[in-house]
Design a protein around this ligand. Structure first.
Ligand code: E4P
Length: 217
């Protein structure tokens, strides 16, 4: 499973990038607003740092507007994935942009039928939002499983990009469900390395090592 980082925070991306765990980055208008940075400027910095796809979201509601914005964003770099919402206009824009050879991430997906339409429209990525479904007491992971089954039944190549990830359990379950990619906030990716027994074990080893009076260097 590929890891994308869901943030517009350059420092956090750089930190994870140095560890080699960043296969791509996703941004959205809320994350850009949170960064306080100029949208195109911050996306350009991210796209220069990371080799993999960097999703940049359009904000127009009509297909022509999305096409104009998408083409403008694509000028930033070859690794820009244009993000469009899962609406009829978004699907229209997706079809045209993918026909032009551009990467498209269809976002705000909350049903298997929406994901099926995005695949038919040639989406590079489909972004089902797990956390937001869980927030309203629905099962976000069941959606990932359904999309996996449907895409495999028909050989669709659209990659399932598990989004709106809130916990480390979401990461594990998305991997078990066969998501191609998971995009998570930096904090969730950091937490994946943590376990209380690792901390406790390390504490014990260091206490015993001290008793030996030895040093490695
Ligand atoms: C990613 O592409 C999405 O924009 C993001 O995962 C949404 O996450 P949220 O539901 O926590 O805002």
């Amino acid at each position: 499973m590929k890891f994308f980082v869901d943030t517009a925070d350059i420092g956090a991306i750089r930190d994870l990038h140095q560890l080699g765990v960043v296969d791509g980055v996703t941004t959205n208008p809320s994350l850009v607003a949170k960064s306080g940075r100029d949208f195109k400027e911050v996306v350009a910095e991210i796209a220069a740092m990371v080799d993999g796809p960097v999703s940049a979201e359009t904000v127009a509601l009509d297909a022509d507007g999305m096409l104009a914005e998408g083409r403008e964003l694509a000028k930033i770099g070859d690794n820009i994935a244009i993000k469009v919402p899962l609406t009829w206009d978004g699907l229209k824009a997706c079809k045209t942009l993918t026909d032009e050879g551009r990467m498209v991430n269809v976002t705000l997906c909350f049903s298997a039928n929406q994901a099926l339409l995005a695949a038919k429209a040639g989406a590079t990525f489909i972004s089902p939002f797990l956390g937001r479904l869980d927030d309203i007491n629905l099962d976000g992971m069941e959606l990932i499983q359904d999309i996996r089954t449907i895409y495999d039944n028909y050989g669709f190549e659209t990659e399932i990009l598990a989004a709106s990830i809130r916990t480390v359990n979401h990461m594990k379950e998305a991997a078990l469900a066969g998501a191609d990619v998971a995009t998570a906030p930096p904090g969730v990716i950091h937490k994946m390395a943590e376990h209380p027994l690792t901390d406790k074990g390390l504490e014990g080893f260091l206490a015993d090592w001290k008793k030996t009076g030895q040093s490695i260097l």
